[in-house]
Design a protein around this ligand. Structure first.
Ligand SMILES: NC(=O)c1ccc[n+]([C@@H]2O[C@H](COP(=O)([O-])OP(=O)(O)OC[C@H]3O[C@@H](n4cnc5c(N)ncnc54)[C@H](O)[C@@H]3O)[C@@H](O)[C@H]2O)c1
Ligand SMILES: [Fe+2]
Length: 418
């Protein structure tokens, strides 16, 4: 990946994003007229009880749609980390209320992922499990409109939905570019009510997406398995622009959004960070941090953000030699590496800075703090290796050996000197 702008980045670009993005404080009120203009007549709203309460976003939306002549039905039983079974129940509930021509998700990544799979199950009558791990969908999804209320997952612009499978332990993916939202409505005002814990978890998820995709495998090395329409395809010139900006925004706004929940500037900064990180990772893809985080989540039942956060600095440190230039660039953005040339110490400084940022928003920085014990470490590493759709993009190679090193470092809290 050339650092010199005189040398063009020769990585191939396969870039896919939602058809429309609306971003800004208050922009949610402009959705109903747009949907009327686009000819929609009856929407299914997928949300949870927080947002269906009077005066909150989903109930506001029902009124707004009514005013422009669009009727709606609602499922407000969304839960954190939704399961395939919840998706089937929600779909059956809404199907009984008649056909719809679009699905609108209101909520965090959990509600958006649930709604994403329901764009398939609402019309097909297949169980959600039918779509897991399929390289191509055999159902045309209903158009999805996604209105995120957290700043982190960027599920509103990505091709994937993550649900919990029947055993209650494993997270499985339904993925296709056809699942990307038609309209992403990103209104930072909706994140003002996020409690600090949710702000921190979602915010470090965005930071992880940005950094992990910034240092992932080059597109020219990525095995697209012959796909001309891949969901993920490795980093390229376009994803790098978004990743860089997302990292900068997280460094500038995460702590403030956590400490001052009413600060709309910080909330806007994090909403933009999440969007940019999604534009990057939703095309470049992810690797070791998310893969290992799934293993940690299965063991500890900690949130998606926390389980990513606890792995991120140690994956950065493990890749210090493989991705020295990129990690030093991150350290320069954080103002912790001032020299023009890159070095292993500079790369380590970036990892230390990220760990301190995670600690400052109240998240554990070692696996031991999450209650993981030494005998669990082999299981966590093996679970990460098993997520082949992510692990195949680990840029350093030798994933089996190196994932074990990463989990040992994360257990003990070992980072190289900066
Ligand atoms: N599809 C993707 O591309 C993708 C990417 C990353 C993560 N995910 C998934 O997203 C989920 C995590 O999503 P998340 O971090 O957005 O959290 P979440 O959706 O699980 O929400 C966490 C909690 O915060 C509450 N909440 C959300 N917004 C709120 C607000 N504005 N005010 C008050 N409370 C609010 C929710 O009701 C819930 O109780 C995980 O299941 C993860 O696997 C998906
Ligand atoms: Fe994530």
């Amino acid at each position: 990946m050339p650092a010199n702008p005189a040398q063009p980045d020769i990585n191939p670009i396969f870039f896919c994003s939602p058809t429309r993005i609306m971003f800004g404080a208050g922009v949610r009120t402009e959705l109903p007229p747009l949907l009327a203009q686009l000819g929609y007549q009856r929407a299914a709203i997928v949300t949870d009880r927080f947002f269906s309460a009077p005066g909150r976003a989903a109930s506001e939306l029902v009124d707004g749609l009514k005013r422009v002549g669009i009727s709606s039905v609602m499922f407000d039983g969304g839960l954190p980390d939704p399961s395939l079974e919840l998706c089937d129940r929600a779909s059956a509930h809404l199907r009984e209320q008649g056909a719809v021509d679009c699905v609108i998700a209101v909520g965090g990544g959990s509600n958006i992922d649930l709604a994403k799979v329901m764009t398939l199950t609402l019309t097909s009558h297949h169980a959600a499990a039918h779509y897991v791990g399929k390289p191509r969908l055999d159902t045309k999804p209903l158009p999805l409109i996604a209105m995120p209320t957290t700043a982190g997952t960027a599920s509103e612009i990505t091709p994937g939905a993550i649900l919990v499978s029947g055993d209650g332990q494993t997270k499985v993916a339904v993925m296709d570019n056809e699942l990307r939202a038609r309209i992403a409505v990103i209104d930072p005002e909706l994140t003002l009510s996020c409690p600090p814990r949710v702000t921190a978890d979602a915010g470090v998820d965005a930071l992880t997406h940005a950094i992990e995709s910034f240092i992932t495998m080059d597109a020219s090395d990525f095995n697209r398995e012959g796909q001309a329409d891949p969901g993920y395809s490795g980093r390229n010139a376009l994803t790098r622009i978004f990743a860089r900006e997302a990292i900068r925004l997280c460094f500038a706004h995460l702590q403030r959004a956590y400490r001052c929940p009413d600060d709309i500037q910080a909330r806007t900064g994090m909403a933009l960070a999440s969007l940019y990180a999604g534009m990057s990772y939703g095309n470049a893809g992810l690797h070791a941090v998310h893969a290992l985080a799934y293993g940690v989540a299965a063991l500890t039942h900690e949130s998606h953000g926390t389980t990513n956060a606890v792995m991120l600095p140690y994956v950065m440190a493990e890749l210090a030699a493989d991705r020295m230039e990129d990690l030093c660039e991150i350290a320069r953005m954080a103002n912790v590496h001032h020299e023009p040339h890159s070095s292993l110490k500079g790369a380590a400084a970036g990892a230390h800075h990220v760990r301190e940022l995670i600690r400052s928003v109240g998240i554990a920085t070692t696996l031991a703090e999450l209650g993981v014990t030494a005998p669990d470490l082999g299981r966590v590493a093996a679970a990460g290796i098993a997520v082949t759709r992510l692990t195949k993009a680990f840029p350093g190679g030798q994933a089996e050996r190196r994932y074990l090193e990463i989990v040992h470092a994360a257990f003990q809290g070992t980072l190289p000197d900066a």
